[in-house]
Design a protein around this ligand. Structure first.
Ligand code: PMP
Length: 346
């Protein structure tokens, strides 16, 4: 593959002299008096700016993700990483991106915010992508292809072979959003980061790691690409409280593993039970912690569930998802409440 990062990056970003913050400059030196950042000397430790590159946290994360700290970017949710991909690679009004459909909505919202054309290519009847169609939607101004696996809202893994084909044949950036990969049995793509200079993998603390409130997302890529993320991000994009809470999650990882087992077990309970319901026409196979179901009348069932105090996601208006609801796997009690309510729908 003919991959030249310099040709893909927006010229202004390639040439950018990043802001050098006080904490960057003193790095590596010994000091005990900090009069460099106009901080207040009182109210320790909240008075100090946090580590701009979150080095301690990245060191702790590395063995969990099997990725070197220098190949990691941490951001305010993976949504920050999604937006940065546009800001780094896509010239507004000129470049475009290609994505599967249906998929996670923020890829399109960020494209619109950044004035980048968004080309969506429908998945087939089995919610799989066809590499040839995806690649043929790309032209010389296509900088990025977005793939989400397991995909939101369909729930299924994209075929590994199909993704490989896109990765090898496309000379731009391929982002694989693996926000839900802990719920799947498929090997994560971050494991083969070194094989693809054009690959960016997204992960998050918000799903299997049960920490959506702290807003912490991860991007894994070559050191060169991560260098670009670090140039463009706000200097202190991940606050101290988030960094500390994230370390606490990793210190107590047994809990995460327990929850994961529980959720996967619940999934086995919920899927067949949904299939039994007369109002459910189809339960789509899922590798995530949610399931897409086609029902007799999504709008009416959605409103009825709200009246019962149960909120699911109505995907009726999403391309190819007519009369579909997306339902998160909850606790046994929550799932039973949902199933009970759906059983009584008239
Ligand atoms: N990617 C996908 C596929 C998602 O479904 C979501 C959240 N719903 C995100 C990314 C965003 O995650 P975060 O909380 O890390 O911003």
């Amino acid at each position: 593959m003919n991959f030249e990062l310099g040709k893909l990056v927006r010229p202004n970003i390639w040439a950018l002299e990043p802001y050098s913050c006080a904490r960057d400059e003193f790095k590596g030196m010994q000091a005990h008096v900090f009069l460099d950042a106009n901080e207040n000397p009182y109210n320790d430790p909240l008075n100090r700016y946090p580590d701009p590159l979150q080095e301690k946290l990245k060191e702790r994360l590395a063995p969990f993700k099997h990725v070197c700290p220098s190949q990691m970017f941490l951001g305010n949710g993976s949504d920050e990483a999604i937006d940065l991909v546009y800001r780094i690679f896509c010239n507004p009004g000129i470049d475009n991106v290609v994505a599967i459909a249906p998929t996670y909505g923020m890829y399109k919202v960020c494209a619109d915010i950044n004035e980048v054309e968004y080309r969506s290519v429908p998945l087939n009847d089995e919610w799989q992508l066809d590499p040839k169609t995806l690649l043929s939607a790309a032209d010389i101004n296509t900088k990025v292809i977005w793939i989400c696996s397991p995909n939101n809202p369909t729930g299924n893994d994209m075929s590994r072979e199909a993704i490989h084909e896109v990765l090898t044949k496309f000379e731009g950036i391929v982002v694989i959003d693996e926000a839900y990969s802990d719920f799947s049995t498929q090997k994560p793509f971050r494991d083969i980061l070194d094989n693809y200079p054009n690959l960016i993998v997204l992960n998050t603390f918000s799903k299997a790691w049960a920490s959506a409130a702290i807003r912490l997302g991860m991007a894994f890529a070559s050191e060169e690409i991560i260098g670009l993320f670090n140039k463009v991000k706000y200097p202190y994009n991940v606050n101290l409280l988030t960094q500390e809470k994230a370390l606490a999650v990793l210190d107590d990882f047994m809990h995460v593993e327990g929850w994961l087992t529980q959720i996967k077990r619940e999934r086995e309970h919920v899927l067949p039970a949904l299939q039994e319901l007369p109002i459910v026409l189809k339960v789509f196979p899922t590798d995530a912690n949610f399931v897409l179901v086609r029902v007799t009348d999504a709008n009416r069932i959605y409103r009825y569930l709200i009246e019962q105090g149960i909120v699911v996601r109505n995907r009726h208006r999403v391309q190819l998802c007519q009369d579909c609801l997306r339902i998160t796997i909850g606790t046994r009690q929550e799932n039973n409440e949902l199933l009970g309510a759906m059983r009584f729908f008239k």
